[in-house]
Design a protein around this ligand. Structure first.
Ligand SMILES: *[C@@H]1O[C@H](CO)[C@@H](O)[C@H](O)[C@H]1NC(C)=O
Ligand SMILES: *[C@@H]1O[C@H](CO)[C@@H](O)[C@H](O)[C@H]1NC(C)=O
Length: 310
């Protein structure tokens, strides 16, 4: 009798641990292969100029005002020191679920001895699109939909954190921002803040950006981009003179190629004329040496670096 009970209990325990383990593996897989399909709705609503965007901007501005007291904890920042003369500093931003440590290892191998790389780590937050599983993410993605609001609060908080990392660089050092996937989205969002001269919340943007790189990414806040640029000669001038490189794999299964194309269209029609777009035939949602060579030679030319050897 007693041994039967023990047997039943241990069988129950085994079942419970098995289902817990399965849940965990499921969440991990979710994090590694994040479903970005919902972005489709987001892009359908990207058209410039759009009349009602000001309303949603004001609305999210108001809602973020009441939550400004909330502290956001960013992860560790890793720095790759220049091996040669320090001429430029780039912040490089990882994708969803990744971190600054793995990013810095990848950048260390590039033939760019004059660049100092700063690789921050995004805050770990429950990501709604991953069923609330906690991941490193620069902003909340679950709220994106056809007419849903962009996550202005966290876009601005991350953009400000990134700008802050560059604000103490020497005046003769050129500064730029690049990234992959969600990190590319942050880099492109920062480009729009730089051109507009302010963040989404209206605070002034403090940096003079000299180069922006986005790999396999998209543009958040695209719907209100035109409202921020139009009517200001200064904003149009900054947009037109900021060098941007966007690369995207034509076989990207996470952030589809068309989203890269669409963000190029949005940026170009808002006055970003110094933009190069490089499609990579057959490339999925990852980077390859050929693409990083493209990034290296582009950065070297745009930032006027001495020590680049291809
Ligand atoms: C950083 O991400 C890599 C995968 O890209 C992972 O192997 C590593 O454990 C992570 N490190 C930390 C400190 O989270
Ligand atoms: C929006 O934010 C800006 C800058 O923080 C502020 O000046 C403005 O009053 C805010 N608008 C609303 C409606 O909260």
């Amino acid at each position: 009798m007693c041994s039967t009970l023990a047997w039943i209990l241990s069988a129950l325990f085994l079942l419970l641990s098995l289902s817990l383990a399965l849940l965990f593996i499921d969440a991990l897989l979710c994090c590694a292969f994040s479903p970005f399909e919902f972005l489709g709705g987001f892009w359908r609503s990207c058209s410039l100029p759009e009349k009602h965007t000001k309303m949603s901007y004001t609305h999210s501005n108001m809602s973020s005002g009441s939550r400004t007291a909330k502290r956001i904890e960013f992860g560790r920042t890793h720095v790759v020191r220049p091996k040669g003369k320090h001429q430029a500093t780039m912040v490089w931003l990882h994708g969803l679920g990744d971190n600054g440590s793995s990013t810095s290892q990848m950048l260390e191998s590039l033939p760019l001895p004059n660049i100092k790389w700063i690789c921050p780590t995004a805050p770990t937050r429950p990501v709604a699109v991953l069923g609330g599983f906690p991941c490193t993410a620069w902003f909340e993605m679950g709220e994106l939909s056809d007419d849903g609001p962009d996550d202005w609060e966290n876009l601005d908080a991350s953009a400000a954190h990134i700008a802050n990392l560059l604000s103490t660089e020497p005046a003769d050092v050129k500064v730029g921002i690049g990234g992959f996937s969600m990190g590319a989205a942050m880099a492109l969002y920062s480009a729009t803040c730089y051109a507009a001269g302010r963040y989404g919340n209206g605070n002034p943007y403090p940096l003079n950006l000299r180069a922006v790189v986005g790999l396999s990414g998209w543009l958040p806040g695209a719907r209100s981009l035109w409202n921020k640029i139009e009517g200001s000669h200064e904003a149009l001038r900054r947009a037109a003179s900021l060098p941007i490189l966007q690369c995207h794999g034509t076989s990207d299964g996470e952030v589809a190629y068309k989203y890269g194309e669409k963000s190029v269209q949005c940026l170009t029609s808002a006055g970003f004329r110094y933009l190069s777009f490089k499609p990579f035939e057959g490339l999925g949602h990852y980077t390859i040496p050929k693409e990083m060579n493209e990034v290296s030679s582009w950065l070297s030319a745009r930032l006027g670096l001495d020590g680049y050897r291809s």
